[in-house]
Ligand binder design. Structure first.
Ligand SMILES: NC(=O)c1ccc[n+]([C@@H]2O[C@H](COP(=O)([O-])OP(=O)(O)OC[C@H]3O[C@@H](n4cnc5c(N)ncnc54)[C@H](OP(=O)(O)O)[C@@H]3O)[C@@H](O)[C@H]2O)c1
Length: 165
């Protein structure tokens, strides 16, 4: 499985969930984040400034957390019949029909609550098979500051806003 933006809040969780399912995981991320991602079990890493499409081939599934031209470029890394999961709202970069015309599949994914999945993830967290890296936790009243930190980039894992009791 290829996971773009693997060091981010969603990406680093996706890496660990894919590993827990037994996948061989290739991540794209800034070079500074490669050690962090290796520690989480990522099997191969591609620098985010490199042309991933030139080195990654024949993957079964790709998760696009970047959007724009990443969708069309990622199609070339898939095996015939492979699946592209486009997760950036409003910017999947290509239509599912386009993927089908090239012999691949594309699904645009949106967050949907599922008690069954959350129970499974809670068990993985409880037995520390996955761990979430919290870069910073801020009180809810600092939401504006959290957005500034998020927009500034160059951080790993998640930013957390803590709700008052
Ligand atoms: N559909 C859904 O269910 C769903 C749910 C949640 C989030 N999302 C979307 O998923 C995306 C990621 O969310 P997030 O919360 O994980 O964001 P995030 O925590 O800001 O992480 C983004 C990561 O991507 C890295 N990055 C930026 N450009 C890259 C590139 N070209 N190649 C590889 N890595 C790159 C960033 O590194 P630097 O900061 O060092 O550049 C950062 O580590 C967002 O667009 C969000 O809207 C979708």
């Amino acid at each position: 499985m290829l996971i773009h933006a693997a060091a981010g809040a969603v990406g680093h969780a996706a890496v660990q969930l894919a590993k827990a399912e037994g996948a061989y995981v290739i991540g794209t991320a800034p070079a500074d984040d490669h050690d962090f991602l290796r520690d989480l079990g990522t099997d191969e890493l591609v620098d985010d400034t490199a042309d991933f499409a030139a080195t990654v081939h024949s993957v079964d599934t790709a998760l696009d957390l970047v959007g724009g031209d990443f969708g069309p470029r990622t199609l070339g890394t898939l095996r015939p019949g492979g699946l592209l999961l486009a997760a950036v709202p409003g910017a999947p970069g290509l239509a599912p029909e386009e993927a089908e015309a090239r012999g691949m599949r594309c699904a645009v994914i949106t967050p949907e609550p599922s008690g069954e999945r959350l129970t499974k993830i809670a068990a993985l967290l409880a037995n520390t098979r996955i761990r979430l890296h919290v870069e910073a936790a801020l009180p809810f009243t600092d939401a504006a500051r959290a957005h500034e930190l998020g927009d500034a980039g160059h951080r790993k894992g998640a930013l957390v806003l803590a709700l008052p009791n």
